[in-house]
Structures are given as structure tokens and as C-alpha cells.
Design a protein around this ligand. Structure first.
Ligand code: PGA
Length: 251
């Protein structure tokens, strides 16, 4: 079931998302979090850091798994997703390095890199809370629109749309890696709860496809309609043109 919550602005959306995570960690100090990168969760991570500084949350037993990583970028590359996480969250809270899990973007054997991450995901069982953004093309993680969906960790070719969308983080689109390693759809769907954040009206079409009642591998996020517990947090700007059919929770 997908529940929609609408927030006045990005800050209140981020704050509520952080509160959701902190409530979970208080109930379950060794919670397993699935984490996302991109511009959307930046506010959430900032709020988590703030709450940590105010001694409202303890990350020492929290376990994390990130969704994806660019192929070819080492952890210390400023555009790598590991670097992003270190910069915005890991270096600013008391999370234990041993509890951080990341797909390897730098490898000689792609199959081995995928199998290793998949094994770590299988060993942990279920992610308690998976944070997701959504691509303007409907991707989740780097599960790109395609004829088929892949369940397990895999290497994916980024679509032209994703390369264009992500070029803003690089000097130009030629620098955006063409491939990524990503959790599969099955890994994401196994999470107990999914919290999807969207704060930009470029995501409206993808969200509407996600609420449409149709599962379409060309809109990977549409699979979330089969999940038992998905929360979608949007701001008012995004909510304006949404065709969500149940009554939305307005915050
Ligand atoms: P964004 O990316 O948060 O930078 O918009 C989201 C995504 O591509 O999943």
C-alpha cells in the first residue's frame, strides 16, 4: 500500500523523514537502513546530523546499505556516492564504519562485485527502512526503465535521461559515468518499509505512473504498488499535479 504525505516545503518534508528514521532507531537501535544519494535526501541527512548533535539519536549500532554506486569511481572521488555519504552523514554521526555497506564501483570482476554485495544483503535479511528518491524517468536506485526488471544487485547502463539529469553534479555530461552498480528491485522490495521522497515537479509524471494501478518495467517505481508499506513524502509543489486516488495525509 502506498500512503502519500504532503508537506508545506522541503524543510518540513526533510524534518519529518528524519523524525521517522530517528523513531525507528529509538525503537530498534540496530535498525538496518537502506540509504539513497542525490539531491533529494540532502535535507534529511542534514536533519539527522542536527538531531545527532542534539543527542537525540545514537547511530552506534545502526547498519546501513546504500542503493548504488557509479562504476569506475573510487570511494575518494568527489562524485562517488560513497564520498557523498561520508560528506553528508557518515563523517558527522557516530556510525561505525564496520556497519556501512556499499556496492563497489571499482572492480576487476563485475560479477564478483555484484555477488559480494548481494551476499551481504542476503545475510542481513531485511532492510528495516529503505530511503528512496525517484528519477524523473521513474528509476529507483539505478534500476533504469527497461523491458525487464532485475531482482538482485547488478550492473546497469545509465539511460540518456539519467546521464542528463545527473550532469549537474559534474562539469559536463561527458564526465558522468555510463554504468552503475545497483541493488535490484527484489532487494528494494524486501525492505519492511520504504520511504520515498520527492521534492521537484520533474518527478510528477513518474509519481503518477507509480499511482496508476499498472506495473510497467519502463517505470521501475511502479513495482512499489505491490509493496505492503510505502510512504511517499512530497512537498506542495509536487502534490499539485498528482493523481493520487486515496485521501492524502496533509502535514
Ligand atoms: P535526485 O535524484 O534526488 O538528485 O533528484 C533522485 C534519483 O535519481 O533517484
Amino acid at each position: 500500500m502506498i500512503q502519500l504525505a504532503i508537506f508545506e516545503d522541503y524543510q518540513s518534508l526533510s524534518r519529518q523523514a528524519a523524525k521517522h528514521i530517528v523513531d525507528l532507531i529509538r525503537k530498534k537501535p540496530n535498525a538496518v537502513l537502506g540509504l539513497a544519494t542525490g539531491s533529494t535526501p540532502l535535507g534529511l541527512y542534514q536533519e539527522l546530523v542536527n538531531m545527532y548533535k542534539e543527542s537525540k539519536v545514537d547511530f552506534s549500532n545502526v547498519v546501513t546499505f546504500n542503493l548504488d554506486e557509479y562504476v569506475g569511481l573510487p570511494h575518494d572521488h568527489p562524485q562517488s556516492y560513497y564520498y557523498f555519504m561520508r560528506q553528508h552523514l557518515f563523517s558527522k554521526v557516530n556510525i561505525s564504519t564496520a556497519n556501512i555497506h556499499f556496492p563497489r564501483g571499482l572492480f576487476e570482476d563485475a560479477g564478483k562485485a555484484c555477488r559480494e554485495y548481494e551476499q551481504q544483503l542476503q545475510d542481513i535479511g531485511r532492510i528495516d527502512l529503505q530511503i528512496l528518491g525517484i528519477g524523473s524517468n521513474g528509476h529507483i536506485g539505478f534500476n533504469e526503465p527497461a523491458d525487464r526488471m532485475t531482482l538482485e544487485t547488478h550492473i546497469t547502463e545509465l539511460t540518456r535521461k539519467t546521464i542528463t539529469d545527473n550532469a549537474r553534479f559534474f562539469h559536463d555530461s561527458g564526465e558522468v559515468p555510463r554504468k552503475a552498480i545497483t541493488m535490484g528491485i527484489g532487494n528494494i522490495m524486501r525492505a519492511r518499509t520504504i520511504l520515498l521522497l520527492a521534492n521537484n515537479d520533474t518527478k510528477t509524471a513518474a509519481l503518477n505512473a507509480m499511482f496508476s494501478g499498472v506495473i510497467d518495467p519502463n517505470i521501475p517505481a511502479s513495482i512499489l504498488q505491490l509493496h505492503e508499506n510505502v510512504l511517499v513524502f512530497v512537498n506542495r509543489e509536487v502534490a499539485k499535479n498528482l493523481k493520487y486516488r486515496s485521501t492524502a495525509l496533509v502535514n
